[in-house]
Design a protein around this ligand. Structure first.
Ligand SMILES: Cc1nc2c(=O)[nH]c(=O)nc-2n(C[C@H](O)[C@H](O)[C@H](O)CO)c1C
Length: 181
């Protein structure tokens, strides 16, 4: 499958939606091409399918939705563009008092930009990294986040969309770029 058209049932994100708006679906920024009172539709290009878990989405599965950040809003979390870098796979899910730790296996090119207490986006959710290991990183999820997102549906072995914090990429490009001049 090299392209797709998705229709997503929603409520909150449709309140003031317009054709051409960006809505992130599990962290993948998509452009609204049409909408009704109960859903919206977007075209999905090959690059978006290749980079994300969207190719394996099933009718009826829950997705996280986020509209573009308003310029006058409070800025909790970190800069999330909705440009997914790649996918990871849930390795373990462990309860720790009121939180749940998710350990995610990721490729070396994604792990390269992940630092402890830095930020990562999982399925569109801005999260703090709690641990980094050779092939994994972990996040600790509070009950509020579990209640507001689809993380609660996730099982060991499930694929998640990952977006690295763009700050590290820019710093690396500037530093390495200058060294190579
Ligand atoms: C605004 C936007 N709209 C779309 C879209 O309508 N359909 C699509 O397939 N991709 C879009 N993109 C780019 C994707 O967010 C990007 O390709 C994925 O996040 C993978 O990096 C973006 C950034």
């Amino acid at each position: 499958m090299n392209s797709a058209v998705v229709t997503i049932g929603a409520q909150k994100v449709l309140i003031d939606v317009q054709i051409g708006d960006s809505i992130a679906v599990n962290g993948i920024c998509l452009t609204v091409t049409s909408y009704t009172k109960k859903d919206f539709t977007a075209d999905v290009m090959h690059e978006s399918l290749r980079r994300s878990s969207l190719f394996q989405a099933k009718i009826g599965s829950h997705v996280n939705l986020e509209r573009a950040m308003p310029a006058n809003g409070r800025f909790g979390g970190h800069i999330v563009s909705g440009h997914v870098d790649g996918t990871g796979v849930i390795q373990s899910i462990v309860r720790d008092a009121n939180a749940i730790w998710y350990k995610i296996r990721a490729s070396a090119d994604i792990l390269y930009y992940i630092v402890e207490k830095g930020s990562i986006t999982i399925d569109g959710i801005s999260l703090t990294v709690t641990r980094v290991e050779k092939e994994y990183f972990s996040v600790s999820i509070i009950p509020h986040t579990l209640g507001e997102t689809n993380l609660i549906d996730k099982r060991i072995g499930d694929m998640v969309n990952l977006e690295n914090d763009c700050v590290g990429k820019y710093i690396e490009k500037f530093v390495v770029g200058r060294q190579n001049e």
